[in-house]
Design a protein around this ligand. Structure first.
Ligand SMILES: Cc1cc2nc3c(=O)[nH]c(=O)nc-3n(C[C@H](O)[C@H](O)[C@H](O)COP(=O)(O)O)c2cc1C
Length: 466
């Protein structure tokens, strides 16, 4: 890619933001290399969070899985067991970091707002305004089996519940007025008008009658992230979110189409179209030369897609147990078994397995690929591969054309996987003027360059109008 005049682009002053996504449910973190460390040792969390902070990242981000994944009643053995709950883990990291944001994925389907809002407030206060909440709806029945009698909720109901959940959470967060004094002596004066507002909420999903017991944090309340790609999910983001954790960051045209779609939805609800940050998840593979980076990618993919992993992925696609097959042999001869989606496979259910298998067969035959090679070549594609300077140019192009605001980076190695990004890529980005050289604020909201919380803006508008 050739360097363009940085001012001759739609967003000449756009800045790139990085988060680090410490994965919990995956096969993308390499387990078996000599440099692979523990994915559950608290020292690994600290190491990654502190490296990200050294690289001036906006956020350390945790996903959520409330039950190990299962396929046909058998535990999917790639899941990570041994991690503390996200909010607890982030509270511990607040003590060993100073500026980086701490984002917990917590679902709105199996939690209750009166409890979760308070726990997130606690994280926001302990971290002095660095908390974020990634609101997810969780898409599978096996998680639901342990919660909510009746468990699973269908898609539209999950988003209805998420919306009401957030309405209640915000009322609780906003209930303690700015300036209300947060010490125990004054907290007894709850009857002081305007200090603490008791929340009475009666809705289809929740009945809440509660005087909030925690004050506002330095950033008002946690920054709201959203992950969920459907039309409902995107509308939910447009109405509520400060940041979208998207799956659209590999290809420029796809990323731009997604960002334009989100901007349209923002305008439709009356928000400025720069009111939200879009941070796709990605993997970044660096090499001293293009060839070295591509060679490294090949090695990484073989470590990630082990024979057992390949058979697990193929089993999901074919809908049959393939664990006794040879991953380095040809594709299974059987046709895929297509069953109705009862929700128990969540978003991993493939819409049209027959079409995917037909495409895989045709390409595998044409190239002479084994099953494992086919999965590496045609399975989920992720991330960016190149030299630090080549990728810095590429990311400058993405961000200055409004396709993304940054990335939520998944390291393929724990705990050292961010080192080359921080040491080699960040300086290249800084040189191009698209990456901060120091933290610009003390809160997550400030560092992301966000406006004040949406509810505070509407309260001010109401006061001004009245
Ligand atoms: C990038 C991304 C990350 C997600 N992370 C989680 C997660 O950590 N935990 C979880 O329960 N669901 C997670 N989800 C699933 C969402 O909660 C949601 O249930 C799913 O995407 C289906 O909603 P949709 O049809 O709007 O995409 C994630 C979804 C996306 C797109």
């Amino acid at each position: 890619m050739t360097r363009t005049d940085p001012l001759d682009v739609p967003r000449p002053h756009a800045q790139l933001h990085f988060g680090v996504f410490f994965q919990g449910v995956n096969h993308w973190t390499i387990w078996s290399a000599p440099d692979s460390g523990s994915q559950i040792d608290p020292a690994s969390f600290r190491r990654v969070a502190q490296t990200a902070e050294r690289g001036l990242f906006d956020a350390f981000f945790l996903g959520e899985g409330l039950r190990l994944r299962e396929v046909d009643g058998k535990i999917h053995d790639l899941d990570v067991a041994g991690r503390p709950d996200a909010i607890t883990q982030l509270a511990a990291l607040a003590a060993v970091t100073r500026r980086i944001g701490l984002v917990s994925t917590s679902n709105s389907t199996f939690n209750e707002p009166a409890d979760l809002a308070r726990r997130l407030s606690g994280l926001d206060l302990l971290s002095e305004g660095r908390a974020g909440w990634n609101v997810v709806t969780t898409d599978n029945a096996w998680t639901g089996a342990n919660f909510r009698r009746g468990g699973y909720l269908d898609h539209a109901d999950r988003y209805r519940r998420a919306e009401e959940f957030l309405t209640v959470a915000r009322a609780l967060w906003d209930g303690w007025e700015d300036g209300a004094v947060a010490d125990s002596a004054r907290a007894r004066e709850w009857s002081v008008p305007g200090a603490v507002r008791r929340v009475h909420h009666r809705g289809p999903q929740f009945d809440v009658d509660l005087a909030p017991t925690l004050p506002r944090s330095a950033q008002g309340h946690p920054v709201i992230f959203q992950a969920g790609d459907s039309g409902e999910g995107r509308d939910f983001a447009a109405r509520n979110a400060d940041v979208v954790f998207s799956a659209h960051g590999n290809d420029f045209d796809d990323a731009l189409a997604f960002a334009d779609d989100i901007r349209r939805r923002l305008r439709a609800v009356g928000r400025p179209d720069d009111d939200l940050r879009i941070l796709p998840g990605t993997e970044i593979i660096l090499g001293a030369t293009e060839e070295e980076a591509q060679e490294k990618k090949r090695w990484i993919r073989l470590q990630q897609v082990t024979p057992a992993t390949a058979l697990g992925i193929a089993g999901l696609l074919w809908g049959i147990d393939l664990s006794d097959r040879d991953a380095d042999g040809p594709l299974p001869k059987e046709d895929p078994v297509v069953t109705a989606n009862d929700g128990s496979f969540g978003a991993r259910r493939i819409a049209d397995p027959r079409a995917v298998v037909a495409e895989w067969r045709a390409k595998a035959e044409a190239h002479g690929w084994s099953l494992r090679e086919t999965i590496i070549a045609l399975g989920p594609q992720r991330g960016h591969v190149g030299t630090p300077s080549g990728l810095a140019d590429k990311f400058a192009h993405f961000v200055r054309h409004g396709a993304i605001d940054g990335f939520n980076v998944t390291p393929y190695l724990i705990p050292d996987g961010l080192d080359d990004i921080v040491d080699l890529l960040v300086p290249e980005l800084q040189e191009r003027g698209i990456y901060r050289t120091e933290y610009t604020g003390t809160t997550l909201r400030e560092n992301l360059g966000l406006r004040e919380p949406l509810t505070h803006r509407s309260a001010r508008n109401r006061r001004q109008a009245g």
